[in-house]
Design a protein around this ligand. Sequence first.
Ligand code: GDP
Length: 299
Amino acid sequence: LVRLRQRLASSQGGLGRGLLALLSRERLDEDTWESIEDTLLAADIGVVPTQRVVDNLRTRLRVQGTEVADARAVLREELLALVDPSMDRRLQVSGTDGNPGVVLVVGVNGAGKTTTVGKIARILVAEDLKVTLGAADTFRAAAVDQLATWGERVGVEVIRGAEGSDPASVAFEAVKQGVEAGVDTVIVDTAGRLQNKQGLMDELGKVKRVIEKQAPVTEVLLVLDATTGQNGLIQARVFREVVDVTGIVLTKLDGSAKGGIVVAVQRELGVPVKLVGLGEGPDDLAPFDAGAFVDALLG
Ligand code: GDP
């Protein structure tokens, strides 16, 4: 948690310094509110939430006076409310009735799906869970090889098919072998071709259906690149329509001053951000913590 906080703080130093500096002014006037608004918008928090924070801040501080210490506390409360700390962010990696948990990982190519699958496997293995990976992104040979490398690194089995084979058959095989081996969790990497909505729906729908012939899918994680802004939101909407997303993984937060996208995407999907990617290395994935995140934003 401390590490996450430090990493977020350093990656989003721009935003943090901005807000703190704004609230260090002697008087909180029109300029202050406008600057806060600009800063939140620049961080991709989104127009409506930004307006809400600034309106609430103005109203509350008018009543309470303009003490800087108050202002910081009120801003923290307002930002925290936006991130919604009450959401359940635990990963559903365990199955019921003797089944393994099945985690389906979806998202467009390049968002960081394969990397995220590897990192999650590593976390689960460190918790002494038995894991099998399914390389169902069969359209890109590189993706399958990449996952195989993660499998070796983490020490888990990777089920793969021939290049160009049906993703659903690979997913089926991975869950079948996972069930037979009595593993705790099967994580399935999927293809992220955003060809068209119907195509995506057919493909992911089939993957999910064949998996569920053997064990229920316990978690559908949508992987989104934090640096893609509005475009990422459009993608998120499409995935939300074709599959029941249960959690979001926001990657590349290390390379972005746009951490506010957490707020925007949660609002858009009504689904919690469960994990954040903070780099390309095997340990660069952390549970999302609303309080730490807001503190990092504030600096
Ligand atoms: P996929 O096509 O969705 O499976 O994406 P990949 O897992 O292949 O990742 C695409 C690129 O993004 C790779 O170069 C990854 O190393 C990189 N990447 C993934 N997650 C992160 C992250 O959290 N931070 C950074 N900086 N890079 C990441």
